[in-house]
Design a protein around this ligand. Sequence first.
Ligand code: GLN
Length: 278
Amino acid sequence: MQITEALKWAVSQLSDSDSAGIDARILLCTVIDKPQTYLFTWPEHELSANEKARFEALVRQRADGQPVAYLTGTRAFWSLTLHVSPTTLIPRPETELLVEQALARLPVGQARVCDLGTGTGAIALAIASERPDVAVTGVDRVADAVELARRNARYNHIENAVFAHSHWFDSLTGQTFSMIVSNPPYVEQNSHYLAEGDVRFEPASALTAGADGLDDIRYIIAQAPAHLKSDGWLLLEHGYNQAQSVQALLQQQGFHDITTVNDLAGQPRVTLGRRGER
Ligand code: GLN
């Protein structure tokens, strides 16, 4: 079977996916261990029997709904390649907005940044990779996620990010930061969105937070002032319909310079503010 035929076959199997073509190319590149340009340069390259069998098995699992990132084991985020596992959320492109907004506000010179619920370490590592002078601490309540984030730091040669086992601020007593960032769980517990697509395979602990999805965001906003330096920033990713609630919560806790930023799809996605006087 040639590359062109293999891709055509895969797309026909993945007709339920709105990303059939790209899914097929990513899976084939994983099997033949080549970059995507290879597929266009050598469309007549003949797959070995072993490659064909492995490709067919992956396409079948994708047709059953398995996320591509769990099948390949990695996902691109920012300029990094991150290992993923079913114990954490798969990094999303919209979360790069949070990284951008964080980088734009980080003070010049040394500073400490905290990433709450770091998962794969995506946000912490992206910030650390852009700002070698900044010390980033990522925490997660899931021990496997902490291990995964450390592995991703080593894999991407990032030395200014450390990871610790902690439920939100529990293990950070007495520590203060110039900036706290988080992409916490924010989906409503009974959302029918949870029954569709890739999220069916991701851990509920990384996705849902109570009836209105705001339980963890409320907790983080209430606890954050004690861990922020004066005028320090808090940046939170949230659902498309949660900006007003998040802004109100920040106001209640005395934050100022509160702003919401839209993602590339035009949805309110990140809300941020600065710690006020206590
Ligand atoms: N943005 C994710 C989604 O739409 C949800 C991630 C989260 O809850 N932090 O699937």
